[in-house]
Design a protein around this ligand. Structure first.
Ligand code: GLY
Ligand code: MN
Ligand code: MN
Length: 540
């Protein structure tokens, strides 16, 4: 259907009136979204972490254009969603550390929301409007975004205004005076951000505050490097002092006097990282579901796979399983790479017409009510590993087991990575693929873990593991064609990726529903599939 930006208002005159303002019955939506109480508690926790006399400002994600008058499916800024449950664009959320008087109401929170518009809604879907944001999402105060311009943000009484880096690539809709582009401009004017104002030093201040105690000398090196590269940083006195500090106590003295500035573009990240790193029970219900259905997708594909299938078809089977379970999207672009394509870490073309007898690396994750899985299995298209494929596969497998064993509360975030990398380096030497451990990273290019949640690479502090944290454990070995090794290894790319919940009582593999050992994979691939008899007419 063609519509939207340019022509919809002309076409509308021919629409029957009955099509407008249709009401949504409760059964139109799943009943297991995060509750308003969840979002309210998140806002409450954020307020407790805010500095005194401050405000945290969040903008909705930009609408992204795909081509001409078609936009990409809208995806809310995960922080905004986490704090409100609101999924619409062109909005701004302000959370104050103390109550403010807003239009005679004492409140710590206010949303400026996309206004209701029956004509637009009959094309692009229902909007909550300010009333809906109050009544359905439970925000204490909400106004149409058209009121943001006149809203007085009392910056004189605030000690800090916290916000994320403001996006520069936002489209200004001519006919809309309160779209995200305008809201950003209005915000800059309220707080006095002028063109060319640089916040680059704040990111370094933040890195220094967060990491000096743990890795001071590396931070010093990085600050020095960035000061040399960016003239806006070169003359910053605090950074100069930090770089010149001779030892840990001299560095600590500089850290203690680095100021928190009134317009602060970096502290909010620290707060949100801390909050989103650990999951509440309500979040874990959704995350478990996203991961479980993704594992079942892997299992169904194992049964269905044939060497004559295409990468795209395999992708379609996974994604069909997610949709069957009610997942709205994929958490990231699906990766299905046969043979050498499996050696491209984020291969997303998925356009090889036949898998043949190659290994197929499949890295896919369902996104269910905002929470995304991230599960990889690597399987032989014909159901049987060759000896070389099996040797590499089993090396990655034992590396992953070594990584799992490090998933303990209190362990350093890097512990699974270090354990898995060591196993892979030793194993690659044994197989004669490399000679020294240092060469291993040529074939094991990526780290083994990241946090998982509303984002596939989720927010977190990257400090010691905490209770109720979900991470991936995903070692991989990739030997692309042309590598300086025996040709028998060429085109073998293996990643095994599972999603692990770490708690005070141990770790749990949330994606264990996807067969993982050579034996289990081969046994599963020998099973019949519901798709064996699914035949479509051949197209000319
Ligand atoms: N699917 C992206 C990743 O594994 O990090
Ligand atoms: Mn991952
Ligand atoms: Mn992945």
């Amino acid at each position: 259907m063609k519509s939207m930006r340019h022509l919809w208002f002309l076409l509308l005159v021919s629409l029957p009136l009955g099509a407008m303002g249709q009401s949504t019955t409760p059964s139109d939506k799943p009943a297991d979204f995060l509750t308003k109480e969840f979002h309210r508690q998140r806002r409450e926790q954020l307020r407790q972490l805010l500095p005194a006399r401050s405000v945290a400002v969040f903008f909705s994600a930009p609408v992204r254009n795909r081509a001409n008058d078609v936009d990409f499916h809208y995806h809310q800024n995960p922080d905004f969603y986490y704090l409100t449950g609101y999924k619409e664009p062109n909005s701004v959320l302000l959370l104050f550390s103390e109550k403010q008087n807003i239009n005679g109401q004492a409140t710590t929170e206010v949303v400026f929301a996309q206004p209701r518009n029956p004509q637009a809604e009959s094309w692009t879907g229902k909007r909550l409007g300010a009333e809906g944001v109050k009544n359905q999402l439970g925000l204490a105060a909400a106004y149409p975004n058209t009121d943001f311009n006149a809203f007085k943000l009392d910056t004189a009484s605030l000690q800090q205004v916290l916000f994320f880096e403001l996006p520069h690539d936002v489209r200004n809709e001519e006919r809309d005076r309160s779209d995200l582009y305008d809201l950003l401009a209005q915000f800059k004017q309220k707080v006095g951000i002028t063109n060319g104002k640089s916040f680059a030093h704040q990111e370094l201040y933040n890195a220094i505050r967060q990491y000096d105690a743990r890795a001071g000398q590396q931070v010093q090196q990085e600050v020095k490097r960035q000061m040399e590269a960016d003239p806006a940083l070169a003359n910053n006195a605090n950074l100069k002092d930090y770089v010149a500090a001779k030892d840990a106590s001299a560095r600590a003295a500089v850290v203690a006097r680095i100021p928190k500035e009134k317009l602060d573009m970096s502290s909010l990240e620290e707060i949100m990282n801390q909050m989103r790193e650990t999951k509440t029970p309500e979040e874990l219900v959704l995350l478990r579901k996203a991961v479980a259905m993704s594992a079942i997708g892997q299992l169904e594909v194992m049964k269905a796979m044939q060497p004559g299938m295409s990468e795209m078809e395999v992708q379609g089977i996974h994604e069909y399983v997610y949709k069957k379970y009610g997942a709205e999207y994929e958490g990231y672009p699906s990766i299905v790479g046969a043979g050498n394509n499996g050696c491209i870490l984020h291969y997303t073309e998925n356009e090889r017409p036949k898998l043949n007898n190659d290994l197929v690396l499949m890295d896919l994750g369902a996104e269910y009510h905002g929470y995304t899985a991230d599960v990889t299995r690597t399987i032989p298209a014909n159901g049987k590993f060759t000896p070389e494929q099996k040797q590499i596969y089993e090396l990655v497998y034992v590396a992953q087991e070594a990584g799992f064993a490090q998933c303990k509360v209190g362990n350093d975030f890097q512990a699974p990575n270090q354990a898995a990398q060591k196993v892979m380096a030793d194993g690659l030497i044994k197989l004669g693929i490399i000679k020294t451990p240092e060469e291993a990273r040529k074939y094991t290019m990526h780290g083994v873990s990241h946090y998982l949640g509303l984002d596939v690479h989720d927010r977190g502090t990257y400090g010691p593991f905490k209770h109720n944290t979900v991470i991936t454990v995903e070692p991989g070995i990739y030997i692309p064609e042309g590598s300086p090794v025996d040709k028998k290894w060429w085109g073998i790319g293996v990643r095994i990726e599972d999603d692990v919940l770490i708690t005070n009582t141990g770790w749990e593999n949330l994606s264990k529903g996807a067969p993982r050992s050579v034996k289990d994979i081969e046994a599963t691939m020998a099973q019949p599939s519901a798709l064996d008899d699914f035949k479509l007419p051949v197209l000319k």
